[in-house]
Design a protein around this ligand. Structure first.
Ligand SMILES: NC(=O)c1ccc[n+]([C@@H]2O[C@H](COP(=O)([O-])OP(=O)(O)OC[C@H]3O[C@@H](n4cnc5c(N)ncnc54)[C@H](OP(=O)(O)O)[C@@H]3O)[C@@H](O)[C@H]2O)c1
Length: 331
């Protein structure tokens, strides 16, 4: 697999990373054996960046990755972990805690669950509104000094927070949603990252499956699926968004590739500083996602894609209103 330099703190990673969130209930039930096989196959095929969060399944996702690591070469992979989101035993969301003591406590538990002695990129999942970012990043920087963390990342924060954090300790990357239908970072965030030499790990490149070509009005999400509450997957919004997918499908078919592949390839084409995190949780989905690396898009292809899916054409916000209000990146 081609590699990309992620930020300017010395990380080189496979051009696509694997996000494990969907393997712990965020998109309904998943199969553990299939999840482990998907992680192993991804690494065998050149994926090096594995992304998790301590709150994905309340520890389940880290325990899963810990099991996968038993058959992987730890030194060949880069483990990215988010912390700070508070959740109850029933999965309810209780806010964020990124105080220095919480940083160190969460990290200690994470190291044990994963069975490793360091995390490659450690990041707060969201800005804790009660804690200055300098204090959170300062505490992670102490953990870098102590050898428990190698690099510091951020997630879903805006330009001003990025600058304040980077002034305390060099930031490797910002993890943030970026896709054909979520292009908000192109305003002030991406130019700030480029000015400071900070990379992007892009999530939601398929808008959580909406623009994968595998979603339809007939498809029912079950259980705790995030998509049950996502504005983009409801009623009229869904119909409008699937019409965009139909337009994208025509471009993909003309190129002889799948909808998911052209959507991921579009993100890959937005800059060498961007590493898309794909959320495959099955071998067939992984296979399809990795095929996007072979899709070289020309300027003409990019123009056709953006004609099919114009900027800001999506119906509905990327999160429900309450969660949108908690995003520093949306201020
Ligand atoms: N920092 C943050 O705030 C944040 C937020 C969300 C996610 N993330 C990270 O980013 C990762 C990816 O995010 P995401 O899961 O929302 O990404 P995504 O790639 O937009 O959506 C993944 C979903 O798309 C569907 N899909 C259909 N075809 C696919 C294909 N060929 N390859 C992959 N997926 C396909 C799958 O759903 P079905 O299996 O149901 O078809 C899958 O669960 C997460 O695992 C997590 O590590 C970070």
């Amino acid at each position: 697999m081609n590699t990309r330099k992620l930020g300017s703190t010395g990380i080189t990673t496979g051009a696509l990373g694997l996000g494990l969130m969907g393997m712990s209930g965020m998109y309904g039930p998943s199969d553990e054996a299939e999840s482990l096989a998907t992680i192993q196959a991804a690494v065998d095929r050149g994926v090096t960046l594995l992304d998790t969060g301590d709150f994905y399944g309340m520890g389940h996702n880290e325990l899963l990755l810990g099991r996968a690591l038993k058959t992987l070469d730890r030194d060949r992979v880069l483990i990215s972990v988010k912390f700070g989101a508070q959740r109850g035993p029933d999965g309810s969301w209780l806010g964020y805690d990124a105080r220095p003591a919480a940083v160190k406590t969460a990290l200690a538990y994470t190291l044990n669950r994963l069975g490793v002695d360091h995390i490659d990129i450690y990041r707060p999942a969201r800005l804790d509104p009660a804690v200055p970012i300098e204090e959170t990043v300062g505490a992670i920087a102490e953990m870098v000094q102590a050898g428990y963390v190698r690099h510091i990342g951020l997630s879903e924060v805006g330009a001003e927070t990025i600058r304040r954090a980077h002034a305390v300790h060099p930031i490797t990357d910002l993890q943030i949603e970026y896709s054909l239908i979520s292009r908000g970072i192109e305003g002030s965030i991406l130019p700030t990252l480029r000015e400071l030499g900070i990379g992007v790990t892009a999530y939601g490149v398929l808008s959580r499956g909406l623009i994968s070509g595998h979603w339809s009005t007939e498809r029912q999400s079950v259980g705790t699926d995030f998509r049950n509450h996502s504005p983009r997957f409801q009623g009229e919004n869904l119909a409008q968004n699937l019409a965009l997918v139909d337009a994208l499908r025509a471009v993909a078919e003309a190129r002889g590739v799948s909808v998911a592949q052209i959507a991921i390839a579009w993100v890959l084409a937005q800059g060498e500083d961007i590493v898309p995190l794909v959320g495959a949780r099955r071998l067939d989905r992984l296979d399809e996602a990795l095929g996007s690396l072979e899709v070289g898009l020309t300027a003409e292809d990019l123009a056709q894609i953006e004609k099919a899916v114009p900027k800001d054409a999506a119906a509905g916000s990327r999160y429900a209103a309450e969660q949108m209000a908690s995003l520093d990146s949306e201020r």
